[in-house]
Design a binder for this molecule. Structure first.
Ligand code: ANZ
Length: 862
């Protein structure tokens, strides 16, 4: 790191470009004048809220952060230049397993470890020159923050949106804690990769399923503003299915069993019933069966418990299952259906039981074929279903061809023989009153009939489950609830919040299956706020996704001791206008944040229902085509690169490396090229010799055109996040300026000043330190970051000329300077008349001309 910081920063002793001197100088100035603080109450400018997903403090910043905060900074700086009051805050998502596990591994105190890391990351971000409003920093592990997580929990509890239940949960065998469904990736823990098993536990949940329809339907509003892929992932995650609930009587059981089916039209084709082996229902049905069936079931169940949900849903896996020796009665025709337990039916989807229709459902067919169960076709998928008249074609002799001749018959497509279920549309057969109807009409009719008979009803089911938020770990927000001896549960009164974490010293933080907080003997003891009787604190902590579900609101009034956030500020600033982060948060974080804002809306705390109006997912920074990781030893460290090249070269290199959404290979990031470009730009600012009040209109027109075209294009390019294109255009402008200085009117030409000023103002988005230095060398006061961008001069944007080539038999024979808007005829005429073309043609005759205006004319001759 350079230590000098003088007014001649940028011109190092050898006349080169001293990135560190420039950077240090301007960072010091910014620290003093605080130019990037968001304007307050009296600021009348329009507002923009620009946010990059906040970091975990679990280690040093990496190149992914370098990219993320660069992009949000470009956008924040852009809107300031456009006259907006910009809020661009930063904080730390500082609770959670990464910090706690790292602390355990190093034997360190998670508190000091976390805050040391935060301090280091803060330094790096400052050295990177990101224009954050540093007055609003928040850390979710501060009691001043998590107190409001506890408030949120209790608000949800009051509305019945936070509740406790016993159910099979995902259990990480390594971290010894439960995980939300969203945190299980292919049967493994999202954080540590260990195998996830099912365990029955009583836990706290947030009732996100109450919001399933709104979470799904409101995605339509985001179309065009969020990446389509993310919207689709959320849709699939919520997974709404529409169909019917159908009640089946069970022999020897008082209560009916309800199944969910998307195909109630196929009810006559049900030939057996399947229940999830790990459901309470299966256990109960087996218990009521004979000893043989009971034993068969037990053996099968222990086998199923070793299997992950992902394996169970793999359609290609051979089907397994056991007969439970029990029967259900088909409500529509009174038929007896044998009941089986099989693991392709999941306990926590629908009702954990299905009516099996092997002729029309592939999984059921596979199962029926494996266990030799009957298959009954009830939809003739070979029958025409539309009312449209088929097109009659004629054969060679002019006779009409029967459109159905040679078509499949039901015999040809018999599912038992082919192994392929008939899932398509067709006409109902073997189905009593449904016969002859198409699939769609039969579904509607079946639901009507079931409803009339009281044995079924229209129903929807979702893949989305309630959000399990309890964690058996230390480093999180304590759940603000008290438990009585008698099982009574009461909230900690608001005036006793926050429930602070106890001192971790002396606590066993190692994964142990129960929360480490339970071991804090004194901390656990509390008393009933009403009666004073002894009660115990809930020892679990909240999932950290609770912390990040509303943090963008806390930035609006970060120090407020009396409220989670100010509703007034929220209606001024929120929702976030531009949100940027990794696609790894496409489901978890974004879905939870969307749910919480809807709940807050219903409680009257905010006046909007979606938290992030637009979203961008940046690509990854990779190395040699592979993801960087510590274990692979291919990490490029942010701080190392910052030290080696300085912030601006790193920023320009990354911005130039490719489109925002694409992965960028570090190999293709040229910090050397970026440094050369910055040095060239800065040198120009130093050479400008016209006064600050130069009359631009008199300068070199060619250069002025380049400048003004950039003024015209840059705003929309930035709004479309085409940052790399803007950098390329800046390079073009710098080259054009150099050309004018060297070969034209020289550095005194006012067009050179105009171009250099444009460069500084636009370069500010990418290389703010160099831009600031240019600005000051051009004779202005800092900060260039607050200077308004100029309007392009329309007269300089008029059409341009372009170089067209004329080929004769594939060889270029001439080039023509023509209008970029020239038409084909005109271009061909000019080409034919050109003396060089005529000379090259000689006696030859043109037999063909291919004209592609405005660039190419190609003649073939004979
Ligand atoms: C009878 C039937 C006939 C079905 C047919 C489909 C086709 P999606 O679209 O995924 O919601 N199902 C219901 N609960 C289940 C569970 N817990 N585990 C596994 N499968 C379950 O699928 C809904 C269909 O999946 C339901 O409709 C049911 O099978 C099955 F020709 O009922 B169907």
């Amino acid at each position: 790191m350079s230590t000098t910081s003088t007014d001649t920063a940028g011109a190092s002793a050898d006349g080169g470009f001293d990135a560190h001197a420039i950077q240090d100088k301007w960072q010091q100035r910014w620290a003093e004048s605080d130019p990037f603080r968001a304007g307050g109450e009296n600021d009348t400018r329009p507002r923009k809220y620009v946010l990059a997903m906040f970091p975990y403090p679990s280690g040093d910043l990496h190149m992914g952060h370098a990219e993320n905060y660069l992009y949000s900074d470009i956008v924040a700086r852009f809107w300031r230049h456009r006259g907006y009051n910009v809020l661009h805050p930063i904080g730390w998502d500082s609770f959670g397993l990464p910090a706690e596990n790292a602390a355990i591994k190093r034997g360190a105190n998670p508190v000091t470890w976390t805050y040391d890391n935060i301090a280091q990351q803060k330094e790096s971000l400052k050295a990177y020159g990101v224009s954050f409003d540093w007055s609003r920093v928040l850390h979710t592990s501060d009691p001043e923050y998590y107190r409001w997580n506890q408030w949120l929990f209790q608000k949800l509890y009051e509305r019945g949106l936070a509740y406790r239940k016993e159910s099979p949960v995902n259990w990480c065998t390594h971290d010894q804690t439960v995980l939300a469904n969203e945190q299980v990736i292919d049967g493994h823990c999202e954080r540590c990769g260990a195998v996830v098993v099912k365990k029955k536990l009583t836990q706290w949940y947030f009732r996100i399923t109450d919001y399933a329809d709104r979470l799904l339907d409101d995605l339509n509003q985001l179309e065009g503003f969020w990446p389509h892929k993310v919207i689709q992932m959320q849709r699939n995650w919520i997974g709404r299915s529409i169909g019917a609930d159908i009640d089946f009587e069970i022999e020897g059981r008082a209560e009916k069993v309800t199944v969910f089916s998307t195909r109630p039209d196929t009810l006559h084709g049900a030939t057996f019933m399947v229940v999830a082996p790990d459901s309470d229902l299966a256990a109960e049905l087996a218990a009521g069966a004979g000893p043989e069936a009971r034993e068969r079931f037990q053996t099968y169940l222990s086998q199923v418990q070793q299997t992950t949900d992902v394996e169970r849903q793999n359609a290609d896996r051979p089907k397994t299952g056991v007969f439970l020796d029990r029967y259900a009665i088909n409500p529509i025709n009174g038929e007896r259906l044998p009941i089986w337990a099989a693991d392709y039916v999941l306990a926590d989807y629908g009702h954990g039981a299905v009516m099996a229709v092997p002729a029309h459902d592939q999984r059921d067919l596979d199962f029926a074929r494996a266990f030799d169960l009957p298959v009954k076709i009830v939809v003739d998928t070979t029958a025409p279903i539309t009312g449209a008249v088929p097109v009659i074609e004629l054969d060679a002799d002019g006779n009409p061809i029967d459109p159905f001749e040679g078509a499949d018959t039901l015999d040809d497509i018999d599912p038992v023989r082919t192994g392929v279920a008939l899932s398509g549309d067709g006409r109902l057969i073997n189905s009593g009153s449904l016969n002859g109807l198409s699939k769609r009409n039969a579904i509607a009719r079946a639901i009507e009939e079931l409803t009339a008979a009281g044995t079924g009803r229209a129903a929807k089911t979702y893949r989305l489950r309630d959000w399990l938020i309890s964690r058996q770990r230390f480093w999180g927000t304590p759940i603000p609830m008290l438990h009585g001896e008698d099982g009574r549960i009461v909230p900690v009164p608001d005036d006793q919040l926050p429930v602070r974490l106890p001192d971790p010293e002396g606590l066993n933080l190692l994964p142990q299956g129960t929360s480490p907080l339970g071991g804090a003997t004194e901390w656990v003891q509390a008393s009933d706020p009403e009666t004073g009787e002894p009660m115990r604190r809930d020892p679990d902590t909240m999932d950290t996704f609770v912390d990040s579900s509303w943090y963008y609101l806390r930035f609006l009034s970060p120090g407020d001791p009396d409220a989670a956030f100010s509703g007034r500020e929220a209606s001024k600033w929120a929702p976030v206008d531009f949100y940027i982060g990794g696609v790894e948060h496409a489901i978890l974080h974004l879905l939870y944040a969307r749910f919480i804002v809807k709940a807050l809306y219903d409680m009257g705390y905010v006046d909007f229902t979606e938290p992030f109006s637009s979203l961008i997912n940046q690509g990854m920074v990779i190395l040699d085509g592979a993801k960087m990781s510590k274990s692979k030893g291919n990490l490029v460290l942010f701080q190392d690169e910052l030290d080696a090249h300085g912030a601006d070269a790193l920023r320009v290199g990354l911005a130039f490396a490719g489109p925002v959404e694409d992965d960028k290979d570090w190999k293709d990031v040229s910090t050397t090229g970026a440094t050369k470009f910055l040095a060239r730009a800065l040198r120009i600012a130093g050479e400008v010799s016209s006064p600050t009040d130069a009359v631009w209109a008199e300068g070199d027109v060619a250069l002025r055109r380049v400048t003004h075209r950039l003024w015209a294009d840059a705003p929309s390019l930035i709004e479309q996040t085409k940052f790399n294109v803007v950098v390329a255009r800046l390079m073009e402008l710098v080259n054009a300026t150099r050309k004018t200085i060297d070969s034209g009117a020289g550095a005194a030409d006012p067009a050179v000043r105009e171009a250099a000023e444009a460069t500084a103002m636009i370069l500010d988005l990418f290389a703010p330190h160099t831009a600031e230095e240019m600005w000051s060398q051009l004779g202005y006061e800092p900060s260039v970051g607050l200077a308004s961008w100029r309007q392009p001069d329309g007269t300089l944007l008029v059409e341009d000329t372009i170089t067209a080539v004329v080929q004769i038999d594939g060889k270029v024979r001439a080039t023509l300077e023509v209008s970029a808007k020239i038409g084909g005829e005109e271009l061909e005429r000019l080409a034919r008349e050109d003396v060089r073309v005529q000379r090259a043609l000689g006696e030859r005759e043109i037999v063909r001309a291919i004209v592609r205006p405005p660039k190419v004319v190609s003649f073939s001759t004979r």
